[in-house]
Ligand binder design. Structure first.
Ligand SMILES: N[C@@H](CCC(=O)N[C@@H](CS)C(=O)NCC(=O)O)C(=O)O
Length: 204
């Protein structure tokens, strides 16, 4: 059975939704950031980067990184395109979220990752905010006239969904992003999304 290590509202929520949608039995294990459990000796054996998500596979071996976990789950549960070009496009979207959008958020909320000197943190945070805001607008444009991030619903959608509450938390006027907001509402219609939001105690 698969086990997901997650933290409420974190990027691990994407894999959590996919596991819930799969209908397959799975376990989920909360990693308590308030107690710095992600840096504990036990958790570092699961993911040496001290981050969630981490997925324990059927053979007991851990798998880290959204860029690996989401395609794996997508292929296992039929939320992944079979056509090579469409697959490349979904990978491109996942890569965009993992390596562009997510780091801009880390600049806002985890400036200590980027500079030891706290005096420069406000500058790093400001740059993160500007960059994140630009990505939110870019995502909104990309969603114009479409239901999902790619042509069909895929694991890229729960991943994209994570960034909507993050935009609210950042204080961006998310309602102004009409296409992203309509996408968020479509996600909220899905029972698995409702279930995981309740389980992780996330309100939108
Ligand atoms: N590249 C990783 C990034 C994972 C990541 O940064 N996770 C955050 C939560 S969204 C985390 O675990 N943060 C804990 C920390 O910074 O101490 C992935 O996409 O899986």
């Amino acid at each position: 059975m698969l086990t997901l290590y997650f933290s409420p509202g974190a990027c691990s929520m994407a894999a959590h939704v996919v596991l819930q949608e799969s209908g397959e039995e799975y376990k989920s294990q909360r990693v308590n950031f308030a107690d710095a459990e992600q840096h504990s000796e036990a958790y570092l054996k699961i993911n040496p980067q001290g981050r969630v998500p981490a997925l324990i596979l059927d053979d007991g071996e851990p798998l880290a990184e959204n860029t690996a976990i989401l395609p794996y789950l997508g292929k296992r549960f039929g939320l992944w395109p079979t056509d090579p070009i469409t697959e490349a496009r979904v990978l491109s979207l996942i890569g965009f979220l993992a390596t562009n959008v997510h780091p801009s958020v880390a600049h806002m909320w985890r400036p200590g990752r980027y500079a030891a000197d706290p005096n420069v943190h406000p500058q790093i945070q400001e740059r993160g905010r500007e960059t994140f805001d630009g990505y939110l607008q870019q995502i909104d444009r990309k969603l114009a006239g479409r239901n999902w991030f790619s042509d069909q619903y895929s694991v890229a959608d729960p991943y994209l969904f994570v960034f909507y509450p993050w935009g609210l938390r950042r204080g961006y006027p998310m309602q102004e992003l009409k296409n992203f907001t309509a996408f968020k509402d479509r996600m909220l219609d899905r029972p698995a999304v409702q279930h995981i939001l309740a389980k992780e105690k996330i309100t939108l």
